[in-house]
Design a protein around this ligand. Structure first.
Ligand code: ADP
Ligand code: MG
Length: 695
């Protein structure tokens, strides 16, 4: 039997491999680069490249690639083989330091939001040595950042690394104030829980909507959905278990800490959670995980759906972004401590997060905005589109006590002076979870639950890291000047609670009354992507990004344009697929069935037999057919108008209001008659056959 401990990380050029394959001098220099971001000199890079290549070839690799994450949301790679002519018609395997450190892919077909129009057409990729190289399908993959020649970020990794740098800088200032002399670095950590659907490949191939858009655009609910709640944590089917076993093995070989697997709420829905790691590594690993899930599913004749809402009427998929901050000495800064001073420090970080979420609700909302996620947020299955925080009753008590100066309610003890009194034990209790909150404190970390299942986690973490960095900066600015630290700290925490407590909501986020309440509190409710995106360009947000060197103004504009364009493209593809299905399949199918009914009616009439079923059905489907025909004309006409709208903001709003809505009406008509049309005539596989396709 293969032991996991033997093959875990076997395809990763990790620390253990580096130590054994590099001279101690080169190893030390590389380590320094990894830890402190110091630049590698070319001779060191050459030695690392040589060792990496030899190691990769031993494991069967023939090619290398700079593996990067352009703004398409998926990963990109261009393979180059190691071969180099050596005379006498022979080749040698070569890989130089400069090829490791920098690459120049032809970048002209990646979205740049106009960035490259103003500068060079080429882009370059630069090695991120903090994320280990790995081997995938005989290719040595080198995690890289992707920039334009003038240094503008064209990817999701670069700003993520910048945001980690920003929060590190500010957190270090704060930690110094609390006397943490031995801390030399601070990193944010993330554990992304990934939800997905598995359906049989043959069933999938019978659905053009799944093939083109990743979600079903039509389909009536089957007799059984998720109402019995029998799928959640249910026994895993053997075929799915085999998939999970294979998946785990692949992930483990790549050093990805796949930990928890279970069935989710909806039929055919599952979840995989890894053990958390440093944010940029978690982001890389999540991208690889999504890719490998799809690959392994195919091997098992299934398809893995990562779309946020593949099926109407059953839960969609999200990605819970568990987030915390920790020091290089192993302290989790969102973990309440044992001593008064540790508790004071914890409370300051806590209120920094509270303030950050309140001040930058819009950015957090934008970070999870996509055409797919719009169907999920606020649909009583996922957190609403309103960003709020859950902190639990114990912590709420502590904050109340600080705010009012009154003793703690539940503990009877007082907690009046931060830095002097010990916090009561806060239970790290998983039962006190509020599943309806988009941003929940879970004992020693926050769980951002609004992230979509198919999205890269980078954007959410860029926003989160930067917003918290900003609040820590403001706090450090005040406290560094303080003459009476304890008092000023107390005041700062208290004032922050008073000013930002509106963002805390411990109740049921699915309840309609919360929408009213949130409105009264002045919280944003950005229901859709087109409504959320323009906030990107708000003055306060531009200031935030530019002052922490996350994005230049050009980069912000570019990202905004790309997000808008992406939304428009997605809706456009969905609308075209809708028209295709209606005109080529549904309408003709209804006609055929009508024909069959008419014939039967005539035959029965000739025999003087009543034909109530046929007549009634014929009337209903004929009237629906007429409505569908009108609606598809309306959809066509509206879609034709898109070219006249030049402004990206107007266009996405138009598509939401005049294209998606008509698509929805069409769907309602067609789904409405699906239960009364003979299966023999219905052109597509039903929800029941899709959702229960994996036996
Ligand atoms: P669940 O949410 O299923 O009850 P856990 O709370 O144990 O499970 O963990 C959920 C995810 O949070 C896991 O991926 C876990 O590794 C991650 N996690 C735990 N601690 C931290 C932390 N300090 N920072 C980031 N993620 C963490
Ligand atoms: Mg969880």
């Amino acid at each position: 039997m293969k032991q996991v401990t033997d093959y875990f990380g076997s395809l990763v050029f990790d620390d253990k491999v580096m130590k054994s394959k590099l001279s101690s001098d080169v190893y030390k220099k590389l380590k320094k680069t990894i830890q402190d971001g110091e630049e590698l000199d070319i001779s060191v890079a050459n030695s690392v490249a040589q060792a990496m290549k030899d190691w990769a070839i031993e494991l069967g690799a023939t090619h290398f690639t700079h593996w990067f994450q352009p703004m398409t949301g998926v990963t990109a790679e261009k393979h180059d083989s190691f071969i180099s002519p050596a005379g006498d018609d022979r080749v040698i395997m070569e890989f130089k330091g400069k090829e490791l450190v920098k690459g120049e892919p032809d970048a002209s077909s990646f979205p740049s939001g106009g960035l490259r129009a103003t500068c060079e057409a080429r882009g370059y990729t630069a090695w991120d040595p903090t994320s280990y190289a790995f081997i995938k399908d005989k290719v040595l993959c080198i995690p890289t950042a992707f920039c334009s020649y003038s240094g503008e970020a064209l990817d999701k990794k670069t700003p993520l690394l910048r945001s980690m740098q920003a929060i590190k800088k500010q957190a270090m200032r704060v930690l110094k104030l609390f006397g943490n002399e031995n801390v030399s670095s601070v990193k944010t950590t993330v554990g992304p829980e990934q939800e997905y659907f598995l359906i049989d490949k043959d069933a999938y191939l019978k659905r053009p909507d799944l093939i083109y858009t990743g979600r079903t655009l039509f389909g009536a609910m089957p007799p059984k959905g998720q109402e019995l709640e029998d799928h959640y944590f249910g026994v895993i089917k053997p075929r799915v278990q085999e998939f999970m076993n294979d998946l785990n093995e692949e992930l483990w070989k790549l050093g990805i800490l796949g930990k928890t697997e279970h069935n989710e709420v909806a039929p055919a829905q599952h979840e995989l959670a890894p053990i958390f790691s440093t944010t940029n590594i978690a982001a890389d690993h999540n991208q690889i995980t999504m890719e490998i899930m799809q690959k392994i599913a195919k091997k098992h004749d299934m398809v893995c759906l990562l779309h946020e809402k593949p099926f109407k009427g059953v839960n969609g998929s999200g990605k819970h972004n568990n987030w915390s901050i920790s020091t290089n000495t192993g302290i989790n800064l969102l973990e309440p401590g044992d001593t008064p001073i540790e508790n004071a420090q914890f409370l300051l970080f806590l209120v920094a997060v509270i303030k950050a979420v309140d001040e930058y609700q819009d950015l957090l909302r934008i970070s999870v905005a996509s055409a797919g996620n719009d169907f999920r947020l606020g649909a009583n299955e996922a957190p609403p589109a309103i960003i709020s925080m859950f902190i639990g009753s114990e912590l709420q008590d502590v904050l109340d006590s600080i705010e009012t100066g009154k003793p703690l309610k539940t503990h009877g003890k007082s907690f009046l002076k931060i830095g002097a009194d010990v916090l009561p034990d806060l239970p790290k209790d998983t039962t006190d979870r509020n599943r309806t909150s988009p941003f929940a404190f879970t004992g020693n970390k926050f769980e951002f639950r609004a992230v979509g299942s198919s999205e890269s986690i980078s954007c959410a973490n860029i926003m989160l890291n930067t917003a918290v960095a900003e609040e820590l900066k403001k706090f450090a600015d005040i406290l560094e000047k303080s003459k009476d630290f304890d008092n000023d700290l107390h005041k700062l925490i208290k004032d922050t609670i008073i000013k930002h407590k509106r963002i805390i909501f411990n109740g049921n986020g699915y309840d309609d009354s919360w929408i009213e309440e949130a409105k009264k509190r002045g919280l944003l409710n950005l229901k859709s992507t087109p409504e959320a995106l323009p906030y990107y360009l708000d003055k306060k947000n531009v200031e935030l990004f530019t002052s922490h060197n996350i994005y230049t103004i050009n980069e912000i504009n570019a990202r905004y344009e790309i997000a808008q364009e992406h939304y428009a493209k997605v809706v456009n593809i969905e609308a075209l697929t809708t028209l295709d299905m209606v005109n080529k399949y549904y309408l003709p199918a209804i006609s055929k069935f009508s024909n069959f009914l008419t014939e039967t009616i005539n035959n029965k009439k000739a025999l003087n037999i009543e034909a109530d079923y046929e007549l009634d059905t014929l009337k209903i489907i004929s009237s629906v057919s007429n409505k569908v025909y009108k609606l598809q004309n309306e959809l066509k006409a509206n879609l034709a108008k898109r070219d006249e709208i030049k402004d990206v903001k107007e266009l996405s709003l138009f598509l939401k209001d005049h294209v998606l809505t008509v698509m929805e009406s069409l769907r309602e008509e067609i789904d409405g008659i699906e239960p009364i049309v003979s299966k023999e005539y219905w052109p597509f596989i039903s929800y029941g056959d899709l959702l229960y396709s994996v036996k």
